[in-house]
Write a protein that binds this ligand. Sequence first.
Ligand SMILES: Nc1ncnc2c1ncn2[C@@H]1O[C@H](COP(=O)(O)OP(=O)(O)OP(=O)(O)O)[C@@H](O)[C@H]1O
Ligand SMILES: [Mg+2]
Length: 431
Amino acid sequence: MGRHFLGLYLLIVATLAAVSWGQDKLLQAYGVRDVADDRALAAALAAVENQLQSAPVKEWPHIVDAVSAKTGAGYELFAAADIVGRDTLVKLAHGKIAYMQDGAGEAWALKQLNKDYVLAFKSQAPAPQSGLLEWVLTLSFYAAMALVIMLWIWPLTRDLRALGNAAARFGDKNWTFDARIKPRSQIYALAETFRKMALRIDGLIASHKDMSNAVSHEIKTPLARMQFEIELAQNAQSVAEVKTCLTHVKADIAAINELVSATLSYAILERADLALNIGTHNFTTLLPAITEYVRNDVRPDVTMCAQLSGDTDHVVCDLHLIETVVKNLLYNAARYAKREVHMAFTVRDGLNQLLVDDDGPGIPEKDRLRVFESFVQLESARANKTGFGLGLAIVKRAIEWHRGEVLIANSPLGGTRVSAVWPAAAAKAPG
Ligand SMILES: Nc1ncnc2c1ncn2[C@@H]1O[C@H](COP(=O)(O)OP(=O)(O)OP(=O)(O)O)[C@@H](O)[C@H]1O
Ligand SMILES: [Mg+2]
């Protein structure tokens, strides 16, 4: 890195020096002359020209030498044949002042006197030969400028190096992104994006690990039961016994099937490229219908009501996902409620809010984040275990796809309140 830094520094110095040198040369070659200079030159040439025109031609060299000696100004008389350059000759032929540079680098202003002679006036002091001091000064000027640029670039390269190292460590083994980039750094936004991406990858890896552990664990029990039932069937004495064993095997296959379906619906939501099917839907009749369906399905003995407010006729969402959310929350609430479940859906201030309350035992505060992880069930040792602990994980992901969030709180009914809020418009990938 040090070598690259030095290389970049020298490149900047060299570029600055080359640009400035080229600019000087271009200005010398094509630079626009000062109008005031031109007038002064014209006057100086005209004064001597007048003097010459009133004297015989053969006197001209003496007169020019005398004027030069007297004034100290550089006048000379050139033979017209010595003048070269098409542009210069054209200008002289039109009686204009032309400029040229001689072999020694001296600049001359020229004026045609007659067809044989041209009056020349040293219009500019020759460029002084660059001395060592000037070179040193120029170089130190560019070096200083390059230093300022490098001082600006240095923190950027340092932070980029830190980011690169952190990315390499992340990919290497530990799956934690530990680059320390300060908020005032030029690449802070990039580092933050990277950190979010790393968190997401970390979460995905963890959830896939959990999923494969849980799936293999959940599958083991019905598989062992099936093996046992098959052995029983092999040793059965009657057709009735075999039929009983087959009924049990069928139930176990159904359990495995259910697990695979639940895992698949969760895995689909974990995909990074899920395409939502966003549309406008009428929740006014839909939500009470779902509530009634769940009540009849699992708990006809509890009161379940749905309350809607705001413009619930035109709700923008992916209907399939939001229906899954509503069903999961209602099935949970119905499972734990003693007598009452209350669902409320409100559209207000650009937000859609879904609240599901029950009067069950509630979820302890310490578990309110954990239950959103996949395969987490609070009463794992329950005898009549139902479900896989995927419902709330699915709810969370589905709401995140709608750019919203889900929270668990205490319900005014005494049990659990789950609140899902998402913006009334638009949806995109979860951060
Ligand atoms: N309304 C509730 N009251 C009390 N506990 C709840 C409630 N909802 C969920 N829980 C607890 O959170 C755990 C996770 O819920 P989740 O919906 O994710 O899984 P599940 O209902 O057990 O299984 P699945 O939804 O996959 O069929 C549940 O096992 C339960 O312990
Ligand atoms: Mg559930």
